[in-house]
Design a protein around this ligand. Structure first.
Ligand SMILES: Cc1ncc(COP(=O)(O)O)c(C=O)c1O
Length: 450
């Protein structure tokens, strides 16, 4: 399938620009086409979306999301894929993913609520969290979530203490295999010096604490390496380490665990030509590694599952801003847009990089190097430093950032009391509102004091 590279040069007609293999991909949805000076996603011009719904606006290509979900389902099977709701969630998205046969990983009563409201049966969800609140746990137990992933021995005690008399809950143990993987230290979650999970070296004590509660049924193990991982090798290493832990649990505790969840973190291209993880290769290599490791330990191969978030929705999303101000200083040219770190904190949090482009009009051919910044009162509100944009970029122009489907809306804040942007789905030439723009009145409603 051909992919579109963001082409800053206007092209005369509707033109997909092939970029080669899926693995070194385009950050744009596969449906994206340049048409004159604009980009159409799923047949909808981004300039039209901006005109109808205002800016900033998030655009989500439904067909792209569904295709990505289907690819996971094909390669990891039924009950093998739990979409990580933290990447982005809303009721319509849940419905698409449920249609495509995915389950969902949720981290709070709020994410669970959206999953249930979207029509996902509770038994197809699993609950995570390093600090699950009693309210999160009660909501999960009342709904009947399929699995609770225990983060620590204390978590086991808390879950058991809240279960109604006579109830039994299936649980997984989240372990730390001691593998360094992920695009930035702040998104690495399998190294010893971070807060998630329990070290594999401490698994015996963890298992003992769980077994002390008859209400907890230990069915498997879990690990999550980190985010934006573009190589298969760390996952193979994780499969090897976790097979060793499964063998240890069998040998020391006489327990044969039947499930292994290797988390998410599958990387995508945020800029043209960047690598992404190939789902088919990942599934094939993981299954082989796991089978060999289990054979070596004389273990039955456990049911394998994964929890992709970014790789399902990231490349399906585009955010469109309007240029508010152009500022030339002796040091650089700033293109100041009408959003910023309140709708995309990723650059400020961990140096995420993007390839924005002008949309909505035919631009001058020549490019200049600019820095796209947001509207917020922080010098660090930089959305894209030192990127090429046309020399005639000016206030009123539209700037689109591809690969914006994951960890933008879900991480959005109200910094500077700026309302959060809407999410618009596009499909077959039509746009429809999924999440409306927040209003100043919405913000005021929570301010109940005098
Ligand atoms: C436990 C767990 N699973 C899955 C994910 C999803 O990661 P990604 O969106 O990078 O696939 C995360 C992300 O933080 C996570 O913490």
């Amino acid at each position: 399938m051909s992919l579109l590279l963001p082409d800053p040069q206007p092209t005369p007609s509707s033109t997909p620009v092939p970029t080669g293999a899926h693995r070194t991909g385009s950050p744009w949805p596969r449906s994206a086409r340049t048409v004159g000076g604009d980009v159409r996603v799923a047949g909808v011009a981004l300039a039209d979306v901006a005109a109808t719904f205002g800016t900033p606006v998030h655009v989500l290509d439904e067909t792209e999301v569904r295709a990505r979900a289907r690819t996971y389902r094909e390669h990891f099977g039924a009950d093998g894929v739990f979409y990580a709701a933290k990447a982005f969630t809303c009721r319509a998205l849940v419905r698409w993913l449920a249609d495509e046969g995915l389950g969902m990983d949720v981290c709070s009563a709020g994410e669970l609520r959206t999953a249930l409201d979207g029509g996902l049966p509770a038994h197809r969800t699993l609950l995570h969290g390093v600090a699950k609140s009693p309210a999160d746990l009660r909501a999960a137990m009342e709904a009947g979530v399929g699995r609770i992933v225990l983060d620590s021995p204390d978590d086991a005690d808390l879950v058991a203490s809240l279960l109604p008399a006579g109830a039994r809950q299936q649980v997984l143990l989240r372990l730390v295999p001691g593998i360094s993987a992920g695009a930035h230290p702040k998104v690495r979650t399998a190294t010893p010096d971070q807060q998630f999970g329990t070290a594999t070296a401490d698994v015996d004590g963890f298992v003992d604490r769980v077994l002390a509660h008859r209400s907890l049924e230990l069915v498997g193990l879990h690990c999550h390496l980190g985010s934006q991982i573009t190589e298969i090798a760390p996952y193979q290493e994780a499969a090897l380490v976790m097979a060793g832990v499964l063998a240890r649990v069998r040998n020391r505790h006489g327990l044969v665990l039947r499930e292994l969840d290797l988390g998410g973190g599958h990387g995508i291209a945020h800029r043209p030509g960047e690598p992404g993880l190939d789902v088919a290769d990942l599934a094939r290599c993981l299954r082989r590694e796991l089978r060999d490791a289990c054979d070596a330990h004389g273990l039955r191969v456990p049911h394998l599952s994964v929890e992709p978030g970014r790789a399902v929705v990231g490349p399906a999303g585009v955010v469109v801003y309007r240029v508010a101000v152009l500022k030339r200083t002796p040091h650089r040219t700033f293109v100041v847009v009408d959003g910023g770190m309140s709708d995309n904190p990723r650059p400020a949090l961990y140096g995420a990089q993007y390839a924005p482009r002008l949309v909505g009009r035919v631009a001058a051919g020549a490019q200049q190097t600019v820095t796209v910044v947001g509207r917020h009162c922080e010098t660090g509100d930089v959305l894209a430093a030192d990127v090429p944009l046309p020399v005639d970029v000016r206030p009123g122009d539209l700037i689109a950032f591809p690969a914006a489907g994951a960890y933008h809306v879900s991480m959005a804040s109200n910094y500077n009391a700026v309302p959060r942007p809407p999410v618009v789905a596009v499909r077959g030439g039509e746009a429809r509102l999924l999440v409306r723009r927040e209003t100043v009145e919405d913000l005021g409603r929570r301010d109940v004091g005098r």
